[in-house]
Design a protein around this ligand. Sequence first.
Ligand code: ATR
Length: 283
Amino acid sequence: MTDSTKTTSQTDKFLVYGNPIAQSKSPQIHQMFARQTKQDLIYDKQLATIEDFKSSLDDFFADPSAKGCNVTAPFKEQAAQWVDELTSGAQLAEAVNTIIRQDNGKFLGDTTDGPGIVQDLLRLKAVKKGARILLLGAGGAARGALKSLLSLEPELLLVANRTQAKAEHLASLIPQDNVKACGFDDLIEIALPFDLVINSTSSSLSGELPAIPDTLLAQTGFVYDMSYSDKPTILLQHASKLGVQHYSDGLGMLVGQAAESFYLWRGVRPDVEPVIDALRVEL
Ligand code: ATR
């Protein structure tokens, strides 16, 4: 065995699964974290299909140096079924974006999307305790963030969705007085202002604006869009035109969720700021 083979066989291995996966920034992010914190690890990306995803996980983790993986669309629900145990956050989300090989040999599934957005909102000083928060959307992204957003101790966390029934179902998963739901149409009658509006809908990806009143958006303290691209998303552009001063896209959330995964695997918290800056330049 050569020295280099020996090193490779002992180096902890990580992966991100997705389909598509070529565009994933996770390897780059984790390699930056590893350099920064002087951790020796390999982090790759892996394409899978719905049919072979679980067997691909079996194969990857058959190697004892495989310590964990990230999972992105469309495999988060399947990953939640594959693991031995789920954290409470992953149970609520019914989705897993991080798998951890534990010392007892069992695989734990967690979701770091919620902690990732909370970390980013705090970094941006976008929210204070007692805030009125409006969460747009009730799909997988909203579901992953909901419980973590409550750690910000909002006075109100209102889930609003184009399809009202989905918002109501999501809010019903957290029976707390400060968690409420409505359809977009009801937003006309809602008391303003909101301190923070978070867009978790996939509308930005299709270049559409969620159909919420301009008066609501114009009076919002901070607008956060979970999507990101090389220029401000359509929602952020619109908010800016309406006079909103403080807004951000979700690039910091992407890095934040990766930092939470890295912490779960390595027990070290990387500095997200230089990594966000480096990615922003390349967008
Ligand atoms: P994700 O995992 O990205 O959350 P998803 O689970 O398919 O994807 O959910 C997509 C979310 O974006 C839903 O809340 C959807 O609203 P509906 O439940 O009414 O379909 C929302 N969405 C998608 N396109 C939208 C648009 N153009 N305007 C408003 N909401 C939109």
